[in-house]
Design a protein around this ligand. Structure first.
Ligand code: PHE
Length: 364
């Protein structure tokens, strides 16, 4: 464990409730883990300042999976067997949550993913929850938005090594091609790739009106830059995986006029959101992104469930999380359905003059 807040000495005693968190604090998608962790830690600090839960303080043990596939499962096991956690928070990326979910399920430790949207994540069983929408919805949102822009011919570019990207592209394709659109090219790459010229050349030849790029921010930024170098001027469209400062740091001008769906906009004028943005900015020096807000909400929903269960025993806590209804989160009203997923609207953001700005909200 190399996370800032991770502390090997933390263990259960009669004065604390130990909660585990798995996050990619370092590596390729470090932004996901750092932001979700910041949000999660903020929630823990607030609940402890308010006196804790069941007369105890919350102790958060965070493990860094280094953005590596395989590692999330290993550290989840370690949290369960060594730290004796009562619940597990994380991961952001779907492939990592898919590793953790069967482990949490087998151990009877309730798990809440703040941000993993792949449909399969919560299928691991009745101990596995998420507080965000799922990709069959998010892909539909991308398609509805593209069609509303009059884009009838779209190319799809998928990261075939990320469950998230594969599932999001599937959902987009399904809706788009049955609602008047045509997918004129399909290309893929594997995460960590740096050269996308071959795929983009093939896409250029198909003359699409837009490119649906369902991967994560690090590769998408490079894809945008290389697309512009090849003379491709059409917008790129994507999902929540674009979220993070590197998108613009690396993508720069190439991202202008591109669009992506997300869970939250920090420009939202609602007082609860602006209060959260202010608190977060005061603590971390940056505005919260979606992962930060979702990390915060996931921890707060867990705490609310512990309160309602009046217990941290597995079955009681599982049932209380499952009963979450109309919880007013920073990322919207959260009700968990019978599949342990949340139904929430998506926001569409666009890059304008070097900034990410809100454009519209699409409801389920
Ligand atoms: N939804 C993405 C996944 O499942 C993760 C993500 C969520 C990334 C929110 C950014 C913002 O892999």
């Amino acid at each position: 464990a190399v996370g800032l807040s991770s502390c090997k000495g933390k263990k259960e005693d009669e004065n604390t409730i130990v909660i585990g968190e798995v996050a990619s604090l370092t590596g390729g998608t470090a932004n996901f883990g750092q932001s979700s962790h910041n949000g999660t830690q903020m929630a823990v600090d607030e609940i402890n300042a308010a006196g804790g839960l069941l007369g105890k303080q919350i102790s958060l043990v965070t493990e860094d999976d280094q953005s590596k596939n395989g590692e999330a499962g290993i550290v989840a096991k370690k949290l369960i067997s060594r730290s004796k956690i009562k619940a597990l928070l994380g991961e952001v990326s779907s492939s990592k949550s898919l590793e953790m979910a069967p482990i949490a399920q087998a151990a009877g430790v309730p798990m809440i993913s703040p941000a993993s949207t792949n449909a399969k994540v919560t299928e691991a069983g009745d101990y596995v929850f998420r507080i965000c929408f799922i990709d069959p919805f998010q892909g539909t949102v991308g398609s509805i938005f593209s069609l509303s822009k009059g884009w009838k011919k779209v190319a799809i570019l998928t990261d075939s090594k990320e469950d998230y990207s594969v599932g999001l592209s599937d959902a987009f394709r399904k809706h788009f091609s049955t609602n008047g659109g045509t997918v004129v090219a399909e290309q893929s790459y594997g995460k960590g790739d740096k050269d996308f010229k071959a795929q983009l050349t093939a896409i250029k030849g198909a003359a699409p009106d837009a490119i649906f790029a369902s991967g994560y921010y690090n590769e998408v930024a490079l894809i945008a830059v290389q697309a512009r170098e090849l003379g491709i001027t059409v917008p790129l469209v994507g999902g929540d995986g674009w979220d993070g400062p590197s998108l613009l740091e690396v993508g720069g001008k190439a991202m202008e006029g591109c669009y992506y769906s997300n869970h939250f906009s920090n420009e939202d004028k609602s007082p609860a959101i602006q209060e959260f943005v202010k608190k977060y900015e005061a603590k971390h020096g940056t505005k919260p992104d979606a992962m930060a807000a979702l990390g915060y909400d996931s921890a707060m929903i867990l705490f609310d469930s512990i309160k309602r269960a009046n217990s941290v025993e597995g079955p009681a806590l599982r049932d209380a999380i499952a009963a979450t209804k109309d919880y007013s989160g920073i990322t919207g009203k959260i009700t968990l359905d019978a599949q342990r997923n949340a139904k929430k609207p998506a926001v569409i953001l666009t890059v304008k003059d070097g900034k990410v700005v809100y454009t519209e909200t699409i409801a389920p």
